[in-house]
Design a protein around this ligand. Structure first.
Ligand code: F6P
Length: 402
């Protein structure tokens, strides 16, 4: 098939520009070096090399370093970018705390949990003139675009910063897996594996002592970790924030199970799960709010254990997994997902389209407007609830003897 005249001209232009670019990189005194560099990139349909900021905000999770590594490796090796890391999330932007992020800084970080950039739950929008001040700091650092890695809080600040002119691309992180618009956040798979392994361990001791064991996992607004680890670990009852529960119904399920000969039970409860009788209020350990208005959750497992023991007469213990779920090395799935997100984010920066977050839809990495990711949290898929319900004892029409 004959190439159209236009395409042919474009190809000729591109070849000459590429040659010019190669010359210009070897001999940067050429007067047209900068122009040809721009043309070279434009002919590839991407923006030329940039100085890019990067930060990690909110609760940490396994895979943050893998994202940083992917963004920086592709940025430096394929786009000739330069990076400046902002320390401790948005606090680093507000307080101008930076670190150089080059190839040395990212060496060996792929399997490491936590984040080399550290993190915090800082909300500059809460400070008088905070967003404008952040813009000034970014300008002073000659930052042309920013990659913000975080959950809904970090993304909400990214959106506010986008509205005041920042060129920003978001990357979805949270072990809670509750960001809208993406099928999975990195960090979730590792947390689920950690929780599942813990449930397996609890299983053997529950069996040996003929006890009911309650395992409290993380999950502030959504019960993804509880649901996945509960199904994977063979839990007998799974309680999630999306469905406030009746404690007598939970006790009845345990009685049912024991009435048919089982002599131990496992209950998995998300920290944000609610007793229906409490008017859907979660159990909190600290009423003090962070800068995004969150109270500190925790403690539902022990209350539940006391109630179950009291109502069934079965010896019951509680285990809180807490931050163990957030620590440690990322799973292979999370390393791959984090790397895909990182590459997606840096490519997006060079496409020059901002105010978006990279996301997983099915098997594809796509982008969605930041605003779509933050308008509410993503509840557990009802189909998963059906799966869990299909695996446990149904409530009998006539209650089992108390
Ligand atoms: O990152 C989300 C989360 O894991 C929630 O499930 C939990 O409520 C919260 O972090 C706890 O965060 P921290 O104790 O680190 O402030």
């Amino acid at each position: 098939m004959r190439e159209s005249n236009f395409l042919h001209k474009l190809r000729v232009l591109r070849v000459s520009v590429v040659n010019d670019f190669r010359l210009s990189t070897r001999d940067s005194v050429l007067p047209n070096a900068e122009i040809s560099r721009w043309l070279y990139y434009l002919c590839r349909g991407v923006l030329p090399n940039m100085r890019i900021g990067i930060l990690t905000g909110g609760g940490d999770c396994p895979g943050l370093n893998a994202v940083i590594r992917a963004v920086v490796r592709k940025g430096i090796m394929h786009y000739d970018d330069e990076f400046v890391g902002f320390m401790e999330g948005w606090r680093g932007v507000y307080e101008n705390k930076t670190m150089d992020v080059d190839m040395d800084a990212i060496s060996g970080i792929l399997p490491r949990g936590g984040t080399i950039l550290r993190t915090s739950r800082t909300n500059p929008a809460k400070r008088e003139g905070g967003l404008q001040h952040c813009m000034e700091v970014l300008r002073a650092n000659r930052v042309e675009a920013l990659v913000a890695i975080g959950g809904d809080d970090t993304m909400s600040v990214a959106q506010r910063m986008y509205e005041v002119g920042l060129k920003v691309v978001g990357v979805p992180k949270t072990i809670d897996n509750d960001l809208m618009g993406t099928d999975f956040c990195f960090g979730f798979d590792t947390a689920v594996n950690t929780a599942t392994e813990a449930i397996d361990r609890v299983h053997t001791t529950a069996e040996a002592h003929q006890r009911v064991m309650v395992v409290e996992v993380m999950g502030r607004d959504s019960g993804w970790i509880a649901m996945y680890s509960g199904i994977a670990g063979g839990a007998d009852v799974i309680l999630i924030p999306e469905r406030p529960f009746d404690i007598e119904e939970v006790a009845e399920r345990i009685r049912m199970r024991h009435a048919r000969g089982r002599y131990f039970s496992i209950i998995v409860v998300a920290e944000g799960a609610k007793f229906a009788k409490d008017g859907n209020a979660p159990v909190v350990t600290d009423m003090g709010k962070d800068e995004f208005g969150h109270v500190r959750l925790g403690g539902i497992g022990q209350i539940l254990a006391n109630e179950i023991e009291h109502r069934t007469g079965l010896e019951t213990r509680n285990v809180v997994l807490g931050h163990i779920q957030r620590g440690g090395t990322p799973s292979a799935f999370d390393r791959v997902l984090a790397s895909r997100y990182g590459i997606g984010a840096i490519d997006q920066v060079h496409k020059g389209e901002f105010g978006v977050m990279v996301a997983l839809r099915g098997t594809d990495i796509v982008t969605i407007p930041l605003i779509d990711a933050i308008h509410k949290t993503r509840p557990v898929d009802p189909e998963l609830v059906e799966v869990a319900m299909g695996l446990i004892d149904p409530i009998p029409a006539v209650p089992v003897n108390k």
